[in-house]
Ligand binder design. Structure first.
Ligand code: ARG
Length: 457
């Protein structure tokens, strides 16, 4: 297979060097973007009179045929052709003959690869945003279905206070919404069209970069040809967005892994997302969630790989930059799988209401509510904290419950106590009494569920 260069070479490349440098093994994923970019470029060459109009039409129709094959999965990639650009170029030559030789006019693989990668990132970013929205929908539906369930909530993994399960779920939805916002921000900075920067300095030919940009749906062209072919910020940003998103997914996975243990026993994970043990017949292991948790290491590694790859590279294009692809592709493909799996998780997740209900009658959950009862009666925060702390300690020492204390006993801790404080030792009262915006108050949570349902429709 001919290379796109080589006339000034006095011998062929070393076979080991070829194997070491060829990128077709992974950059075939860019084929559809490469063709899309080339169609826009060919039309521009014709429009600007750089090549005859008939040649431009021939190029475009040949490229459309290739696009059709790529879409159908019938395009045959030649692994002996070094990269995706060479593959498309030589297929085009087979289709339309010598006119194909004009396609590469006024462009270089340096600006072309930057454009291909941007088109890939923009396309995949939109898909990832859609997949995030599907997870959010599944989580909101799960929250809605279980909207009256109250669960213990934790800090330091020690039981702290009670909340609505729906409130916990909507925390995930918020995290995921920030992930979408981050990706939208990255899309905005990525969507600047680099083609026409050529090798690094531009071209003497009368090209129309804005025309190419418009055809490809870009609103802007890059302002500096050297920056255009050097810049991989958009890849670092995409990988960073995915790393943060993966971190969120790993935290969701970890919550559910814990909740599915015999010790917590809050939920049942769909069997379809679990595996058994080869030795212990009783086991139902949450392997898929563990792998989601583990895959985050991979996503962080990929971000780090490209950061290190780019560090200290002199302007402009350097072949090192070819190696930005495997980590990007891996992260994109992995996060899409993770998001698909999380959607399935929440669709099939069952809540063990009865068992959870038995866990939320521990008086310790309501200590802050009792403290705030005193504060409302004018007791200082410090005093209230001490009073309730002492009461809890002494009750624990005597094996007594606060609910069993009579008025005199209550008053012995604080004259501000009345028997009505005992009404606070109830999970439903605890969540209902929360007043602040963003709290677990059931009316507010219900409103949030409705807000998200509308937003995600
Ligand atoms: N395969 C290369 C990459 O991914 C394409 C650009 C090659 N440019 C060059 N001058 N060799 O970066």
């Amino acid at each position: 297979m001919a290379k796109l260069w080589g006339s000034r070479f006095n011998k062929g490349t070393d076979a080991l060097a070829d194997g070491f440098s060829f990128s077709i093994g992974y950059d075939w994923r860019l084929a559809k973007y490469d063709v899309q970019a080339s169609i826009a470029h060919a039309r521009m060459l014709g429009k600007c009179g750089i090549i005859p109009k008939e040649d431009a039409a021939r190029l475009a129709s040949g490229l459309r045929k290739i696009a059709g094959q790529i879409a159908k999965g019938t395009f045959k990639f030649d692994t002996k052709a070094e990269d995706v650009h060479t593959n498309i170029q030589s297929a085009l030559k087979k289709f339309i003959g010598p006119a194909a030789d004009k396609l590469h006019t006024a462009r270089s693989r340096n600006d072309l690869i930057a454009l291909d990668m941007k088109l890939y990132c923009l396309d995949e970013s939109k898909q990832i945003i859609d997949l995030i929205a599907l997870v959010q929908k599944a989580v909101v539906q799960f929250a809605d279905k279980n909207k009256d369930v109250i669960i213990p909530a934790y800090t330091h993994l020690q039981s702290a206070q009670v909340v609505l399960l729906a409130h916990h779920m909507l925390a995930y939805v918020e995290m995921l919404e920030r992930d979408k916002a981050r990706i939208y921000g990255t899309i905005k900075r990525t969507a600047v069209m680099p083609l026409g920067s050529c090798a690094l300095s531009g071209t003497t030919l009368p090209i129309d970069r804005n025309f190419v940009a418009k055809q490809l749906g870009f609103k802007q062209v890059t302002a500096n040809s050297m920056d255009s072919v050097s810049d991989r910020d958009f890849i670092v940003e995409a990988l960073s967005d995915i790393a943060v998103l993966g971190m969120h997914c790993s935290r969701v996975a970890e919550d559910i892994i814990l909740w599915a243990t015999r010790e917590f026993n809050f939920v049942d994970i769909d069997w379809a997302l679990c595996t058994g043990s080869s030795i212990m017949p009783h086991k139902k292991n949450p392997d898929i969630l563990e792998l989601i948790r583990g895959a985050t290491a991979n996503l962080y590694g990929n971000l780090n790989e490209v950061l290190v790859l780019m560090k200290g590279l002199p302007l402009t294009y350097n072949r090192d930059m070819q190696l930005d692809k495997p980590p990007l592709f891996e992260s994109v493909e992995k996060i899409k799988d993770i998001l698909g799996l999380l959607t399935r998780l929440f669709v099939g997740l069952k809540v063990k209401e009865k068992i959870i209900a038995e866990r939320i009658y521990d008086e310790a959950f309501f200590s802050v509510d009792v403290m705030e009862y005193l504060i409302k009666k004018g007791v200082s925060y410090r005093q209230a904290h001490d009073t309730v702390g002492t009461m809890i300690k002494e009750c624990a020492d005597k094996g007594k419950k606060i609910a069993e204390l009579n008025l005199a006993e209550l008053k012995s801790y604080s004259s501000s106590f009345g028997v009505n404080v005992k009404a606070l030792l109830d999970p439903k009262v605890s969540v209902s009494n929360k007043k602040s915006l963003g709290s677990t108050n059931p009316t507010l949570v219900r409103r949030e569920i409705e807000r998200w349902k509308k937003l995600l429709r």
